[in-house]
Design a protein around this ligand. Sequence first.
Ligand code: ATP
Ligand code: MG
Length: 426
Amino acid sequence: MKDQEMPLCLAVGGGKGGVGKTVVSVNLATALARHGARVVVVDTDFGAANAHTLLGVERPGATLQAFLNKKVASLEEVVIPTAAPRVFLIPGVGAIAGAANLAHAKKVRLLKALRGIDADVVLLDCGAGISFNVIDFFLLADLRFVVATPELTSIQNAYSFLKGSVHRLFRHQCTDAEQRKRIDTAAGGETERVSELLEKVQAQDPELGARLYHCLEWFQVGLIGNQIHSNDAEHVMFAFSRMTGDFLSVNVPMVGALGHTQRIVRSVVQRKPFMLEDSTSKEARTLMDLAERVLETNVYDLRENRGPVDVMTEWGPDVEPAELPRPVTQYRRQHDRFAVGWTALVRRGVDAYQIQLSDISSGGARLLSGDFLAEGDAISLSIEGCAALSAIVRHVDDRYAGIEFLNEVGDDLQAKLDKAHQTAAA
Ligand SMILES: Nc1ncnc2c1ncn2[C@@H]1O[C@H](COP(=O)(O)OP(=O)(O)OP(=O)(O)O)[C@@H](O)[C@H]1O
Ligand SMILES: [Mg+2]
């Protein structure tokens, strides 16, 4: 099957065990199915598969193990229906010793077969940990989600997981051992940020450097905050998102926040996705919205630009756990910031540019595709229905520009912000 014809592939990962990856996977799958998609969830947790339990499948029968051991000829033979209409499951391998270290040849066969599944969406529920097997499934996907809770250990694991993913993504772009060594060497020593690593590689091998920049640009990860029970918890997630942008040069926007709810606790006990019966809770609306955005993805565009994902090569060292580079609190904002999809006009001197805002607070904003700006530029920002604001550009990278307002926002914009706040809190 050609790359372009393969179903849209999502991966849900996150490093730490028990943070809610499977809860998110089965409920996002159910939300996608409620929008009409045929979804196959693949339990790629080779250590402790349990997606079947949350999907109401008592005894999975044939599992991924049967396919890996060639007991069945095709992956289709282990696809089973679940408690959710249009959601199917490829059950994972139970806690079998050694299963977590999937042999390379088996993995290649599995990855190829995943591309041929008959579905609209294939959703990979990744296991815990940062071993390269887990990360390879994560990288295979078109769109990826990291699930994290505001707990420090979860944040730390999510950071390690993302850092490991970026390094492995870079290694996937290499054509020979020399290039891989170049990346490994550039990553060592004093290199703290991926941007520094990229500069080093670029200086030695501009062609490889350009490829790395390009693949990073198309590396899409959304952050799903779980067990978000307060504003404070939400701020931790936003801070984490900014820190990954700063250190890993990956834009990991928060695409959804789920609270701790009895409904979810109950649904686990009842072995049914809560999304089957819930349309009104904040969690249900979050997942329905996210599913809608997922289904709007232009997968052709994504794959064409990203190029082929080479997961077929046997790769080197396992990913090292990484410390958080800074306390996440350093990335907290002074003002509440909200994700918005507003368009606005940026003026710099006599030039005017129409841009999109990704988020805004009463202290500043983040502009999508603001790469025509440079740090230190003085600009004015006009948001529809509001007076223009003077601002200074504080940060620019390939994907966005961060600006700081020079004056207090006017009543008109404050009213808009309050409304955005209410919507976010609802
Ligand atoms: N938002 C939530 N509200 C209430 N309980 C939750 C929520 N999210 C997760 N849980 C609880 O946490 C448990 C673990 O969640 P889940 O199995 O999804 O974690 P996981 O990240 O997939 O773990 P593993 O890495 O072991 O596969 C669930 O069984 C459920 O009881
Ligand atoms: Mg799980």
